[in-house]
Design a protein. Structure first.
Lengths: 124, 109
């Protein structure tokens, strides 16, 4: 059974880089039909898509984050990662990793399985 | 990119049916069938209810159904139960090669 688990620091200082990892268990990340993504949710607010990656390296990200985002895959560890640079208090949120359902084999398939989420606070 | 528009809240009584709307544009909901709906209970991760406008993942109750007309997608929940009380989010692919979510709707039962 495919499961996802986020990990990383819960506190990041302003202007520094937020780094999170999502560990995939129960399935190989090297799947042609699945795409892996990051979504965040500020406290009390809605969901915001951050970006999506395929194990072959194709990436798609939210232009509203102004090129601060890097998403990558490590097939040897069955993990994918998020780096968000120059963080501010506005980046404080619960960060989720997720995988598409693969129905169409498209990066735009719905996110089907989600991690439990990890809270990241940006503060000095 | 602008978030899709959802009502902030809806309410219903047990056994009734309710519909939550999600309004976008011809560049997202109106132009593509990559519309999905999620349920989120407090402190939990979102759960996929509907994908590709009308399809339910295995294990999701058939009390949940999705539809689309023009630039507006809808989620209907029939036979409301107390456990349906949660936040609901819609999502769509956009012509800018991005994904956008709605602001969320709080359902009170």
């Amino acid at each position: 059974q495919l499961q996802l688990q986020e990990s990383g620091p819960g506190l990041v200082k302003p202007s520094e880089t937020l780094s999170l990892t999502c560990t995939v268990s129960g399935y190989s990340i090297s799947s042609n039909i699945y795409y892996w993504g990051w979504i965040r949710q500020p406290p009390g607010k809605g969901l915001e898509w951050i970006g999506t990656v395929h194990y072959r390296g194709n990436t798609y990200d939210n232009p509203s984050l102004k090129s601060r985002v890097t998403i990558s895959v490590d097939t040897s560890k069955n993990q994918f990662s998020l780096k968000l640079t120059s963080v501010t208090a506005a980046d404080t949120a619960v960060y989720y990793c997720a995988v598409t359902h693969g129905y169409n084999g498209s990066p735009w398939d719905a996110f089907h399985i989600w991690g439990q989420g990890t809270m990241v606070t940006v503060s000095s | 990119q602008s978030a899709l528009t959802q009502p902030a809240s809806v309410s219903g009584s047990p056994g009734q049916s309710i519909t939550i709307s999600c309004t976008g544009t011809s560049s997202d909901i109106g132009g593509y069938n990559y519309v999905s709906w999620f349920q989120q209970h407090p402190g939990k991760a979102p759960k996929l209810l509907i994908f590709d406008v009308t399809y339910r993942p295995s294990g999701v109750s058939n009390r949940f159904s999705g539809s689309k007309s023009g630039n507006t997608a809808s989620l209907t929940i029939s036979g409301l139960q107390a456990t349906d009380e949660a936040d609901y989010f819609c999502s769509s692919y956009t012509s800018s090669n991005t994904r956008v979510f709605g602001g969320g709707t709080k359902l009170t039962v």
